[in-house]
Design a protein around this ligand. Structure first.
Ligand SMILES: Nc1ncnc2c1ncn2[C@@H]1O[C@H](COP(=O)(O)OP(=O)(O)OP(=O)(O)O)[C@@H](O)[C@H]1O
Ligand SMILES: [Mg+2]
Length: 136
């Protein structure tokens, strides 16, 4: 079994990660952790470069911390960083890796407080190529 856990640095995603570690351990599954650098808003080129540098640094931190969390639980995860549309990149990687399960948080760092699902988890529920577990 192959589990893909997309992370955005939020508490919700961390919760999904911890549950994914439990599953991975029990099912002897492999774990892939993914951070997607969202496409930049239409800044000028210099600002866009600056923005990407910043977000990449944040993504490195998120993945490093998540890797440690997994290792503490006896899992050695694969780490992937991509750039582009978040949902597209998650779907693409799940297809490429033949993931059996995607585990995400129901929400993330965004401000869609009124909704049960964020835009990424909501769109994934509709577009995922494999089973998806939305952790609440
Ligand atoms: N950039 C990202 N890279 C990887 N995974 C992500 C990313 N953004 C969100 N996710 C995953 O999707 C889950 C749900 O986050 P989502 O972005 O849908 O909620 P939100 O941030 O509250 O809402 P919105 O982004 O629509 O304002 C997160 O817990 C995380 O697992
Ligand atoms: Mg979000």
């Amino acid at each position: 079994m192959k589990i893909l856990v997309p992370l955005d640095g939020s508490k919700n995603a961390e919760k999904a990660l911890i549950q994914a570690c439990d599953l991975a351990k029990n099912y002897r599954a492999s774990l892939t952790l993914l951070y997607v650098i969202e496409k930049a808003a239409p800044f000028n080129l210099l600002d866009r470069k600056e923005y990407h540098k910043m977000v990449r640094k944040f993504g490195d931190k998120v993945l490093k911390k998540a890797k440690e969390t997994a290792e503490k639980r006896g899992i050695d995860p694969k780490i992937v960083m991509k750039q582009g549309n978040v949902v597209n990149e998650i779907v693409k990687l799940a297809k490429k890796e033949n993931s059996n399960l995607i585990m995400v948080g129901n929400k993330g760092l965004g401000k869609t407080a009124r909704f049960f699902l964020g835009s990424v988890s909501g769109k994934l529920a509709n577009n995922s190529p494999c089973s998806i577990l939305i952790v609440k």
